[in-house]
Design a protein around this ligand. Structure first.
Ligand code: SF4
Ligand code: SF4
Length: 473
């Protein structure tokens, strides 16, 4: 294992205020299981899970409550013991509604003593909790057994996209993984959850990397970390010091969006992923978030499914910024209360980071497996503006890391010419926000790109359905 400096710098990118000092020195804290959990059946990319419980059911921590519902789907397990009080549509962090199971975690079946949140008390006292799945010896287990474990543990990418991990780790016939990249860039402002994981759980990340490497047939490993995290680099160097094979920690320059899959592939190995529908595996890469790596280590060696994650709660409007280990389905209001409540009334709540996160309208929204951050920003940090006409300054074009003519795409979408946006390769947009961030006319360029992509995807889905119906006749 060796540490190298990345020799590759991608074109474009921006330097937002990182504001990581608010939470970077806060050790991960486990919060008590809240009295109510709101567990979405749509915590991942692809088809929502099929709900298996109904109001009135009592469930145990780790019990399957949603089964995967298609190839690109992920199962959901109960994050705590409790009683299902409702199954209903609830708003998610990205704005859409999906079926969610509402739990009362204080309720017990008749005859059982009321002992709320027993599992949290045991966890915080480091008492042993029976494993939910049988622990596996990853060295002895077959590739198929390990893949099955990743699937039954309900693991999806924890960096934000939520792609089913068992699918990503099982390349289609004819494709081979040459490089496994572990994404530790965490280039989003404010977020420090991955940084703390590297400091505090580097041993679990290493186990996850060994398991993923075994599943993928022994690719080279590149661990990508930005140079502004020297303590994390040192912790990972220590944890991986005696690992065998072709493994490198690649130190990247600080530049947003360094954490994007395509830019990590370029920054670590210098290879370019072609335009969609090409995927990283088409050029020999699998990229996984390091939190996903730790979750795989726990699922295999300890038998722990993915029931909780670390979320950074930060911003100038929260009393005490923290990195919180909370069960999936924890309402933002409970996370905020665990962090001492509001310091001042927030002008904006953001799920995720300031560049790619989503502003949310209510703290009653709950976390999912992909919730990396919750930001509370006061009116001092939230800029009110109105969008103006483009002045053709070209800043958005210089900032775009995907070499897109962002200004022209925005103009095309503004005049409802989605075809022109498609011809300008809008489908390659990674929605990083660097263009909007750079625009002196405050134009919502990223939102225009997102709108065009959604419209093109809807058209493609309709065409596919029409073709399938015609073929079935
Ligand atoms: S949001 Fe899209 S168009 Fe804007 S900079 Fe990022 S990739 Fe380029
Ligand atoms: S940065 Fe804004 S004003 Fe400048 S070219 Fe792009 S869209 Fe136009």
């Amino acid at each position: 294992m060796r540490t190298v400096k990345s020799p590759f710098k991608f074109k474009g990118g921006v330097h937002p205020d990182y504001n990581k000092e608010l939470a970077r020195d806060k050790a991960i804290e486990r919060m008590p299981v809240p009295a109510e959990l709101v567990v979405s059946m749509s915590q991942h990319l692809g088809a929502p899970a099929k709900c298996l419980v109904k109001a009135g059911d009592f469930v145990k921590r780790g019990q399957l409550i949603g089964e995967k519902n298609g190839f690109i789907s992920v199962c959901v397990r109960a994050p705590a013991d409790g009683k299902v009080v409702a199954v209903e549509k609830r708003l998610g962090p990205a704005g859409g509604k999906a079926d969610a199971v509402i739990f009362d975690t204080t309720a017990k079946p008749e005859g059982e003593p009321a002992e709320p949140n027993n599992q949290t008390i045991k966890q915080s006292n480091n008492q042993t909790i029976s494993p939910i799945l049988p622990p596996l010896d990853w060295k002895a287990a077959s590739r198929e057994e390990l893949l099955k474990r990743v699937e039954e543990a309900g693991i999806c990418g924890m960096g934000g996209a939520g792609f089913p991990t068992n699918v990503k780790l099982n390349p289609p016939p004819g494709k081979r993984c040459e490089y496994l990249i572990l994404n530790g860039a965490e280039c989003e402002p404010y977020l420090t959850a991955d940084f703390r994981l590297m400091l505090e759980r580097a041993d679990r990340i290493r186990v996850g990397v060994e398991i993923m490497r075994k599943i993928l047939g022994g690719p080279a490993v590149r661990i990508a970390i930005e140079e502004n995290k020297p303590e994390a680099i040192a912790a990972m160097e220590k944890a991986f010091a005696d690992i065998e094979g072709n493994v490198e920690i690649v130190v990247l320059p600080v530049l947003y969006p360094q954490g994007s899959e395509k830019h990590q592939i370029f920054a670590t190995v210098g290879r370019v992923v072609p335009e969609p529908p090409a995927l990283p595996i088409d050029v020999g890469f699998v990229v996984e978030n390091l939190g996903t790596g730790a979750a795989i280590g726990d699922a295999v060696e300890k038998g722990d499914p993915l029931l909780e994650r670390v979320t950074t709660v930060s911003g100038d409007a929260v009393a005490e910024p923290k990195n919180v280990l909370a069960p999936s389905g924890t309402k933002y209001s409970d996370l905020i209360a665990f962090c001492g409540g509001e310091k001042v009334p927030p002008a904006k709540l953001i799920s995720g980071g300031t560049m790619m996160g989503f502003a949310v309208s209510t703290p009653e929204i709950a976390t999912t497996k992909t919730t990396s951050g919750l930001l509370l920003l006061s009116s001092k940090r939230v800029f009110q503006y109105s969008s103006q006409a483009c002045i053709n300054c070209g800043r958005c074009v210089r900032a775009c890391p995907m070499n897109l003519n962002a200004a022209e795409i925005a103009k095309a979408v503004e005049s409802d010419d989605v075809k022109a946006a498609e011809d300008l390769h809008v489908m390659t947009c990674i929605e990083c926000g660097a263009c909007s961030f750079s625009c002196p006319a405050y134009r919502p360029i990223t939102q225009f790109c997102r709108r065009a992509k959604n419209s093109i995807r809807a058209r493609m889905a309709a065409e596919k359905a029409k073709a399938a119906a015609a073929a079935a006749k």
